[in-house]
Design a protein around this ligand. Structure first.
Ligand code: SMG
Ligand code: MG
Length: 367
């Protein structure tokens, strides 16, 4: 297809409640949406860049600049296929969240053009995906337990809690005492150092499914060192920014599980390559979340339909985060803790244009 126009929009959406991790708190989300138009079809993508360069170096501002000044000019006027877009953009180093916003929008447009569900176009085979929740750091253990209880009542299949130094062993102990059999894991978002290995070792007796990204985002080597000392599998998130990083991590034994995020690796094609590599090395993967609006959530669902997404991901219902989402229907989770992969064309959820217009803080049309 040949794109006629790309529209960048920044919308702002307030989270139902603030989300705290080891690196800070999110409350009002600034979300960059990309809409691409080809002849007769449109496609939507979402950049998962944050308000601040804390989870990654990208922000809404950097993604906007890179999309407008570099990525769109590389595609303008060309005949393109969604599967090739990632490679066409490879001349720009890094900036995977900016790339992913554009690339995923093109995948959506191509699926609409072909009249097929994006999940099928990507090669996904699951009709429903297993879901977990990610619970931010809570002011008290009682509040944490209440949040976990609520998630389990809604049917979610596994619980992830955020930890940071000083709020790690005790919350996990309390949860294990209250919920002895629940599938439980923790995410440190790089808050520890290799010297903390004896502390992290104290998590082993709680039979966690995994410890996500305990050490530095750029320190795959130390994770291998740590993994040798722990029984609990390490799952890498921030460290896996590309296929070569995934290969290195697996080869040196830095993790037993990988969290795949579209924005962190640069789109569907890159994510599928990481998925395929992990599958060939018997490393299970699951889909991470970045507090996405419905657009990003829908792309996560399509990606999660691939075969090796065998563990419950962080893709949860719209209503956990938003009073009202920007897609129709909203993402819903069954009592069994699953999301049905839509069979409608494209991402399978319709962007609510009027609502998006109302939430838009700025927009720029690129032709
Ligand atoms: O979208 O449910 C969600 C959030 C999942 O915990 C989540 N994401 O490191 O995995 C992670 C965090 C990163 C986002 S924190 C702003
Ligand atoms: Mg994480």
């Amino acid at each position: 297809m040949r794109l006629r126009q790309v529209t960048l929009r920044e919308i702002q959406l307030r989270l139902l409640s603030p989300f705290e991790t080891s690196f800070g708190t999110s409350d009002l989300r600034r979300i960059l949406l990309v809409e691409v138009e080809a002849h007769g079809v449109t496609g939507w993508g979402e950049s998962t860049a944050g308000e601040n360069p804390f989870y990654s170096y990208e922000t809404v501002e950097t993604a906007w600049l890179i999309l407008r000044d570099y990525l769109w000019p590389m595609l303008r006027g060309r005949e393109i296929a969604a599967a090739d877009v990632g490679d066409l953009l490879a001349g720009v180093r890094g900036h995977p969240m900016a790339k992913s916003a554009l690339e995923t929008a093109i995948w959506d447009a191509e699926a609409h053009e072909k009249g097929v569900a994006l999940a099928r176009l990507l090669g996904g085979m699951r009709q429903e995906i297993p879901c977990g929740v990610s619970i931010g750091i809570q002011p008290t253990t009682a509040q944490l337990i209440a949040k976990v209880e609520e998630a389990l009542e809604s049917g979610y299949q596994r619980i992830k809690i955020k930890i940071k130094p000083g709020l790690d062993i005790e919350p996990v102990r309390a949860l294990r005492e209250t919920f002895p059999r629940v599938r439980l894991m923790v995410d440190a978002n790089s808050a520890y150092r290799l010297e903390d290995a004896p502390l992290l070792k104290q998590l082993d007796p709680f039979h966690l499914m995994m410890i996500e990204q305990p050490l530095g985002w750029d320190d795959i080597y130390s994770h291998a060192e740590l993994q040798r000392r722990l029984e609990t599998p390490i799952c890498l998130d921030e460290s896996i920014v590309s296929l070569p990083h995934a290969r290195a991590a697996i080869e040196i034994g830095a993790c037993g599980i990988i969290n795949i995020k579209l924005g962190r690796v640069g789109g569907h094609t890159a994510a599928r390559r990481v998925h395929d590599l992990c599958q060939s090395r018997a490393v299970p993967v699951w889909c991470g979340g970045m507090l996405e609006s419905g657009i990003g959530r829908a792309h996560n669902i399509a990606m999660s339909s691939l075969a090796n997404f065998s563990l419950p991901g962080d893709v949860s219902a719209s209503k956990r985060y938003w009073a009202e989402d920007i897609i129709e229907p909203e993402v819903e989770v069954s009592k069994q803790g699953t999301i049905r992969v839509p069979s409608r064309p494209g991402i399978g959820y319709a962007p609510r244009r009027e609502r998006i217009e109302k939430l838009t803080k700025r927009q720029e049309r690129l032709a």
